[in-house]
Design a protein around this ligand. Structure first.
Ligand SMILES: *Cc1c(COP(=O)(O)O)cnc(C)c1O
Length: 719
């Protein structure tokens, strides 16, 4: 095994007394620990905001006089010492949940593969929900002390930045990311050469550099083909996420799957569990087969070995949404591989074959399902949908016996929680609430939070959202990039006392962002009542190749700019983790309107819930499990519709009725101290029931007992 040398590419020349900031900048621990963030923010808040809360960029650019000023503040130094100790104690902690619950498993390794990781806004290697889930997965694995190692890509252009033209057409920009401003750690071999893996692509070899990212106690390895040894075309393979070019896509999937297995081997990591988050990384199973066969195993033994340790999580409830390749591409890219496995072409294609209306394709989730003993969907209803969707792979089984279970998604509490909500929880739940955050008993105490305190924090967070939107549009207005009507659309008239509803997600048509516009006059009457005003904030990107999604944004934007909306409909550009945090912390109501049952889970509503925002959503995905009649509202019922038009009508009707008769009056009902007592009762019921259940901690413990543990113990499913 190669000896690996690890090196921080950045040395910041910090004053000795606070040089620990450099170490902190290179471990994402600070992302979910507000004390860590405050050490940077305190030194220069304007710079900290201007560089998107990126500690590496911050320490490279911060003015020396600012650092010296902090050095002269005893209070700062006290906070610094305390926080550094806190971080060191966390990183070196021996008695974690994992080590005390599974002391015998400490040498096992779980490998987790994902195409994207949404860890922080300053690390643009994510596009949306799937990435946020993987990012949260790593943070919680760190908190629980799980022996998990992750593999993905660092994209040198990340996902696109969104800008809307005056007429609401989505424009995309991308910027080259400077790796010197990312917290990447250089890995080098004993000759001090960058650590590289090689994969075979048609008539050439492509190399990828392996970078490391520290996420608390977890190591994430990121592949990057932008190196001198590659041709210009190959250097661009890891340029951006979700290319629409199938050749780029299959090359990326070969890189992450096959290259990922090779990278772990190079690093001396031998996982007992291989978890594929979505089908993009399923070629890892092919590489593992190839290795086993090469070292002498029969194909059947190899398949058994691979299957028992592979786990596949599906996130796609729509057949057309599945990642797939035309067979000629498989011929082109895997022509060498099937003979190495002792297979014919047809036998190899069988691993991923699915008949489509237009012919056969090679479907990545099929490959993943065939080579994984255990598979899961991401909510109960999504489990039902998935078993139906994949029943054809088990033709002799009844749909309910298709071996796909479910683990409902969750969110990493401390990443999404407003600091001041955390202060309330420490005060009224338990000082150590964070240690027990998935314990429903702890949350029984949510009723103890005094109304006045809770309302004050809620108002504070809404104020922050309003200021954020105001300030952002002010800057764009001054830069001359917006027209006056766009300034209004961007939230210039937002105000902190109105009932505020948030709607932010990827703009895909099934999410029906325009549902509440079906009766626009009625919506205008609802939001413009001078005694009970309502503002609705939209945000979200459409995939650059999704024309209907872009048209939907345009439709929303045109409505937003109409004068009669009174500036109470708002579209905030460029939805990312930073904007998501302001929204989920600041809005009173979080709304989601997918066409049932197309929302696999959804997670943004969970983020709003733990901050005391109330959900108002279709009973789909997670909300179908979370809603209890007293902790938020449902849109429509669980009726199954054959006719989508009928479904849209009924759901739109339900939106207007519930807003008018329940949500708006409840919000504006105040006692003599101007506190909305009944509203806050609902907020507390929401905290009590949803925070523990939809935490990533609950989710990860379920993965451990139902998936990772049986795989480690090599249990076979009864099939
Ligand atoms: C949470 C989050 C998502 C996923 O939200 P959904 O509820 O699945 O739509 C997408 N993008 C960002 C930036 C997020 O924070």
């Amino acid at each position: 095994m190669t000896k690996i040398i690890r090196e921080y590419p950045n040395s910041f020349n910090l004053p000795k007394r606070i040089e620990g900031l450099g170490r902190m900048a290179h471990n994402l621990w600070w992302v979910w620990n507000p004390n860590g963030q405050r050490l940077f923010n305190y030194i220069d808040p304007l710079l900290w905001n201007a560089i998107n809360h990126n500690p590496v960029a911050f320490l490279r650019r911060v003015d020396r006089t600012r650092l010296n000023a902090a050095l002269n503040q005893p209070k700062y130094l006290e906070q610094y010492d305390k926080t550094i100790l806190e971080m060191e104690a966390y990183l070196s902690k021996k008695d974690t949940w994992f080590s005390t619950t599974y002391p015998k498993l400490k040498d096992k390794q779980i490998a987790y593969f994902s195409f994207e990781f949404g860890l922080h806004e300053s690390l643009p290697v994510y596009a949306g929900g799937l990435g946020i889930l993987s990012g949260d997965h790593l943070k919680e694995a760190s908190d629980l002390g799980m022996p998990l190692t992750a593999v993905g890509f660092v994209y040198n252009q990340g996902y696109f930045v969104q800008h809307l033209t005056e007429d609401g057409w989505q424009e995309t920009r991308s910027a080259l990311i400077d790796y010197n401003e990312l917290p990447l750690i250089s890995l080098m071999d004993e000759n001090r050469q960058p650590l590289m893996i090689t994969v075979e692509l048609p008539s050439r070899q492509v190399v990828a550099r392996v970078w490391e990212l520290e996420v608390g106690r977890i190591h994430l390895y990121l592949l990057d083909t932008n190196v001198d040894q590659n041709s210009q075309v190959d250097r661009q393979l890891t340029e951006r996420l979700y290319s629409s070019d199938p050749e780029v896509r299959i090359s990326q999937e070969i890189l992450v799957g096959i290259g990922g297995v090779r990278a772990l081997a190079l690093l001396g990591i031998t996982p007992s569990v291989w978890h594929m988050n979505e089908g993009h990384s399923a070629f890892l199973a092919v590489e593992r087969l190839r290795e086993l066969v090469k070292s002498g195993a029969t194909l059947n033994t190899a398949i058994e070995k691979v299957r028992v340790s592979d786990i596949f999580t599906t996130h796609t409830p729509v057949p057309a949404g599945n990642d797939q390749f035309p067979l000629w591409l498989i011929d082109k890219y895997f022509g060498q591989v099937w003979s190495e496995l002792g297979l014919t072409r047809d036998q190899f294609i069988d691993f991923g074959r699915q008949a489509q209306p237009w012919g056969e394709t090679f479907v990545m989730p099929v490959l993943a399902l065939k080579l994984s003993e255990r598979a899961n969907a991401v909510s109960e209803l999504h489990g039902t949908v998935s078993r139906k969707m994949w029943n054809f792979l088990w033709p002799d089984r009844k749909v309910e016996n298709v071996p796909i279970g479910y683990v409902t998604n969750g969110v990493h509490t401390n990443t999404w929680l407003a600091r001041r909500m955390g202060v309330l929880f420490s005060k009224y739940l338990a000082e150590d609430w964070i240690e027990r955050l998935d314990d429903p008993d702890l949350w029984e105490k949510a009723v103890n939070i005094p109304d006045v305190d809770l309302w004050e924090v809620r108002r504070h967070m809404k104020n922050k959202l309003v200021n954020f939107a105001n300030e952002r549009t002010r800057v764009q207005w001054r830069n001359g990039t917006l027209t006056a009507s766009q300034v209004v659309a961007g939230g210039a008239f937002l105000e902190p006392y109105s009932l505020t509803i948030g709607f932010a997600r990827r703009f895909a048509t099934y999410k029906r962002a325009n549902l509440m516009f079906r009766d626009f006059d009625r919506l205008m009457r609802l939001i413009n009542n001078p005694h009970m005003p309502v503002q609705i904030i939209f945000a979200g990107k459409a995939h650059p190749a999704d024309e209907p999604g872009k048209l939907l944004i345009q439709q929303i934007y045109r409505a937003v700019k109409e004068a009669r909306s009174g500036g109470r409909l708002i579209f905030l550009e460029d939805y990312d983790i930073n904007l998501a945090r302001y929204l989920v912390q600041g809005v009173d109501v979080w709304m989601n309107t997918p066409r049932r049952p197309n929302e696999a889970s959804g997670t943004s509503g969970m983020k709003a819930a733990l901050n005391g925002g109330l959900n108002f959503s279709i009973l789909d995905g997670w909300w179908r499990e979370g809603y209890n009649g007293k902790n938020g509202w449902s849109i429509g019922t669980e009726t199954e519709y054959a006719n989508p038009e009928e479904q849209d009508m009924a759901d739109a009707q339900s939106i207007y009725e519930t807003l008018e008769k329940q949500i708006i009056p409840l919000f504006y009902e105040r006692n003599h101290e101007k506190t909305p007592v009944e509203w806050l009762k609902m907020v507390k019921e929401n905290l009590r029931t949803l925070t523990p259940q939809f935490s990533l901690r609950r989710m990860l413990k379920e993965y451990m007992t139902d998936y990772y543990l049986p795989a480690i113990e090599s249990k076979k499913e009864d099939r």
